[in-house]
Design a protein around this ligand. Structure first.
Ligand code: PRP
Length: 211
């Protein structure tokens, strides 16, 4: 019987783009294109099974071995440090983690900086390196509201087009790190299903290079 590879993909626009890469690399699963609410799709002939997970959960499935491999944003990998192998930068889902604030904000280094974010660990690491005293305000979304309502001085958040910041009269003023989607693997799976995982990695890597 063929070894089955379980692949966790991030549900949404990025996931669809990433699935297209898997398909081009020869790991197609036609049933995934059917319009329905199914979450799991398999192609037994190729020995692959895809499932759609919430993007921030992909690394959890992979770390715990519910998925052998998956695709997660570098933001999630930096924030949660899951115990997985990072195999390949897929060069899609490109954005950056940035500090932003109201246009007229001036940092008073005598005062504790109030930082609103969905990424407390990334923010803490960044300001620790700068020896800046901060107060983290952990939010779960719509981070741009925080400086507008004076809940925080700055935000640490993902900037892609910059449109959300602009629409809310905020400005990015420091880039913390560049972000893109990464192919990740469960450590035990990589050991026991090396051949299959390496084949997928090589197929995807060929597509990344020709970009
Ligand atoms: C992300 C991020 C910004 C926005 C940036 O939010 O938190 O709000 O995208 O994109 P842009 O620079 O292209 O405007 P997301 O859509 O994930 O929703 P959220 O507010 O729930 O975090």
């Amino acid at each position: 019987m063929k070894t089955m590879i379980n692949i966790a993909l991030p549900k949404g626009r990025l996931g669809e783009k990433v699935y297209d890469m898997f398909e081009k690399a020869g790991f197609e699963c036609p049933s995934i294109k059917e319009v329905n609410r199914n979450l799991i799709f398999e192609n037994p002939e190729l020995g692959i099974r895809y499932f759609w997970a919430k993007p921030s959960d992909v690394a959890i499935y992979v770390e715990r071995g519910a998925a052998d491999i998956g695709v997660a944003g570098k933001d999630i990998l930096l924030e949660y440090s899951p115990d997985v192998y990072e195999l390949l930068d897929l060069n899609v889902g490109i954005c950056r983690m940035a500090v932003a604030s109201k246009k007229d904000f001036r940092d008073d280094t005598e005062k504790t900086l109030r930082v609103a974010t969905k990424f407390p660990n990334i923010a803490k690491d960044y300001y620790t390196k700068k020896c800046r005293d901060i107060d983290i305000i952990k939010l779960n979304g719509s981070i741009e509201l925080a400086p507008i309502l004076n809940l925080s001085d700055v935000i640490v958040d993902i900037v892609e087009s910059g449109n959300t910041l602009k629409a809310n009269n905020l400005e990015p003023f420091e880039t913390i790190v560049g972000i893109s989607a990464r192919l990740i693997s469960n450590k035990a799976s990589f050991k026991f299903k090396t051949k299959e995982i390496e084949a997928i990695k090589a197929g995807l890597a060929a597509l990344v290079e020709v970009k």
